[in-house]
Design a protein around this ligand. Structure first.
Ligand code: NAD
Length: 294
């Protein structure tokens, strides 16, 4: 099975390397020549356009920043759609709007090319060790054909439903993560301003109902004043914007996402868009004129 891999960034590069290590033949493409050279040194072939990558591949994986990049790479001039063979499968692993996943899939279907949307959760460490949570939308038959490939990159691979379901699941994940971080920030700033040691608050409540993976991952970083990414605030803004667009299209309320995106945008406009999303606490700290540190 020949695999094409387009998008060799923080996530795509280690994911592609894991596929090479598992013995798959890979043809790669990225705008960043350094990343392409690294994969070629590891045993991949490279081709200069997405069209050419698609022409030699049975499965074409994309791992790109957002919806416009996926539209350009798949449907644009010199894109996947121009080269893909009938019955080949496009697996878009980027976190994009589910509405766009469906649009791109419909265009590919006109050329008898099937698409799955398969965004991931877990960040760079899990991309490196091949233990990402992968949430997939699309036809069961196509899923069955690529499940083994996805299992090389993921600790869990779950078919959730039809095309777009993968990205809807990812948006649900991102809404819950953002609201957890915002709740933690509000609570720790309150405790600090009220003269209660935030580290002791964290220790006291982490085993109770308020305990969470987010609290355990982010509170120690906040207490150390460490906002190095991780997952950048600007990427979380992108995901929440996609969540708001989707909520509007299906007619659901989203006051928590609205509040979280406003705080993140305010931080981004102050030059903190590349901070880790745990750095959201800085918005509360600024309003309360207090710093949460151990
Ligand atoms: P990134 O910006 O590091 O990588 C994107 C890559 O795409 C870059 O190498 C870029 O050169 C390439 N690219 C962009 N346009 C291209 C084009 N037209 N042709 C070829 N290559 C092109 O992003 P990332 O952190 O790897 O994230 C990728 C996706 O995964 C995003 O949707 C992100 O939200 C999602 N994600 C990221 C993380 C994380 O922790 N970084 C975690 C889970 C999910």
């Amino acid at each position: 099975m020949m695999i094409g891999f387009i998008g060799l960034g923080i996530m795509g590069k280690p994911m592609a390397k894991n596929l090479l290590e598992a013995g798959y033949s890979l043809t790669v493409n990225d705008l960043n020549k350094g990343a392409v050279d690294e994969l070629v040194a590891a045993g991949a072939k490279s081709l200069p356009t997405a069209k050419e990558v698609a022409a030699v591949s049975d499965v074409i994986i994309t791992m790109l920043p957002n919806s416009p990049h996926v539209k350009e790479v798949v449907l644009g001039k010199g894109g996947v759609i121009e080269g893909a063979k009938p019955n080949s499968i496009v697996v878009d692993m980027s976190s994009i709007s589910p509405i766009v996943s469906r649009e791109v899939s419909a265009e590919l279907a006109k050329k008898q090319v099937v698409m799955l949307d398969a965004p991931v959760s877990g960040g760079e460490p899990k991309a490196i060790d091949g233990s990402l949570a992968i949430m997939v939308g699309g036809p069961e038959e196509a899923f069955a054909k690529v499940e083994k490939i996805l299992a090389v990159m993921g600790g869990s691979v779950t078919l959730v439903g039809e095309i777009g379901s993968g990205n809807i699941t990812k948006l649900a994940n991102q809404i819950m993560v953002a609201s957890n971080i915002a709740g933690m920030s509000e609570a720790l700033v309150l405790a600090t301003k009220a003269n209660v040691d935030p580290e002791k608050v964290f220790k006291a409540i982490r085993g109770g109902l308020a305990g969470s993976t987010v609290l355990d991952a982010k509170a120690p970083l906040v207490l150390a004043g460490n906002f190095k990414p991780g997952f950048r605030i600007d990427l979380h803004i992108k995901d929440l914007q996609n969540a708001l667009d989707t909520a509007q299209s299906v007619g659901t309320p989203s006051p928590i996402s609205e509040a979280a995106i406003e705080m993140m945008k305010s931080l981004s406009s102050e030059g903190k868009g590349s901070d880790d999303h745990g750095g959201l606490i800085q918005w509360y700290e600024k309003q309360a004129k207090v710093e949460v540190r151990s």
